[in-house]
Design a protein around this ligand. Sequence first.
Ligand SMILES: Nc1ncnc2c1ncn2[C@@H]1O[C@H](COP(=O)(O)OP(=O)(O)OP(=O)(O)O)[C@@H](O)[C@H]1O
Length: 245
Amino acid sequence: MSTTAPAIHAENLHKRYRQTVAVDDVSLRVEEGEVLGILGTNGAGKTTTVEMIAGLRKPDSGRVTVLGLDARRDRARLRQVLGVQLQASYLHHALKAEELVHMYRSFYPDPRPAAELLDLVGLADQRRTIFEKLSGGQQQRLSIALALAGRPRVVILDELTTGLDPRARRQMWRTVEQLRDGNVTIVLVSHAMEEVERLCDRVALIDRGRIIALDTPAGLVRQARAADLDDAFVALTGKELENTE
Ligand SMILES: Nc1ncnc2c1ncn2[C@@H]1O[C@H](COP(=O)(O)OP(=O)(O)OP(=O)(O)O)[C@@H](O)[C@H]1O
């Protein structure tokens, strides 16, 4: 194990919603520059986990630090180094794409240029379109651009490419690869095995709120004595991974 401080350190996270235990003792270390995938069936606890890592949801118990900042106590400083792909529904629907980009850029001291952000996600031609007139995939791509506005050192992407067409998906993968080349730490919640195998250094399998395996994609396949990551997922969780693309 590395002796330097991890980019993300989650310790013993628990979260319950009334009767539902959503996250049950999750601990994770993500090293700087690493791409960690989180795979699990619907309702496994992936979003709740990454929301707690981002400081957006308070754990019942446990603690998260990101680049040494406490995810709850140091939220203002955390915002400056962390980019989160938010659900599109949180965004102001009457603003144009470029207005949303300008608004997000204004939160940071040294933001990426607006044109670069729009180009990065292939939305230069839609810059004057108001958010609610963008297609679902375009809205999702815009939310990724907004997550990158402040040149974050850590990025959380919750379902990066779900619902995107193949061309847009490959474009998002190239964007993640560029971030990885720039030593950005990335947590990627995904349902797509191809995406995880291509982009992730390690993968956490989450089932019923617990991490049941955490290894490289090849390591998971070996651990499960499986033919590929799809089979490994079934062998380790006893479940099929539903394809929501
Ligand atoms: N705000 C909430 N109130 C009550 N229950 C919730 C809430 N958010 C999530 N849950 C429940 O907690 C469990 C974990 O949900 P979570 O969204 O973290 O899972 P997920 O792995 O991200 O699922 P999906 O792949 O469907 O997005 C589920 O049983 C879900 O129904």
